[in-house]
Design a protein around this ligand. Structure first.
Ligand SMILES: [Zn+2]
Length: 121
């Protein structure tokens, strides 16, 4: 066995656990256990606040004015198809928003929920 887990672009899977996958290319993006809140607003609709995400690329950090104030964020892209999935919170200027730092906001429309069972194709 010679598997390397150094690269963040290594495709990870979670056998037997419900996950969120990219709606475009079906790459695994996060465990459903990593979900913090479903009641966030993304750019195009509802967003999910997640503890972590895999198989994603994080873009350039920039300051952005969101509904809850100015945040330093970076767009997050799917490593499989380069679709924009949401953003990553580097920093929040407002103390009340600090809990978001180091978390991911993923657009609900860009994700599909995968349950642990498999359908026959
Ligand atoms: Zn994708």
């Amino acid at each position: 066995m010679s598997t390397s887990t150094d690269s963040p672009q290594v495709i990870q899977t979670y056998n037997g656990h419900p996950t969120f996958s990219c709606a475009n290319c079906a790459a695994t993006i996060s465990l459903q256990d990593e979900l913090i809140s479903k009641s966030f607003s993304g750019r195009d609709g509802r967003g999910y606040l997640m503890h972590s995400a895999v198989n994603v690329k994080v873009g350039r950090r920039e300051e952005r004015s969101l509904l809850t104030g100015v945040h330093t964020v970076a767009d997050v892209f799917c490593a499989g198809c380069n679709d924009r999935l949401g953003w990553y919170y580097h920093q929040a200027s407002d103390y009340a928003q600090k809990y978001k730092e180091g978390k991911f906001l993923l657009e609900r429309e860009r994700l599909v929920k995968e349950n642990a069972w498999k359908l026959n194709e």
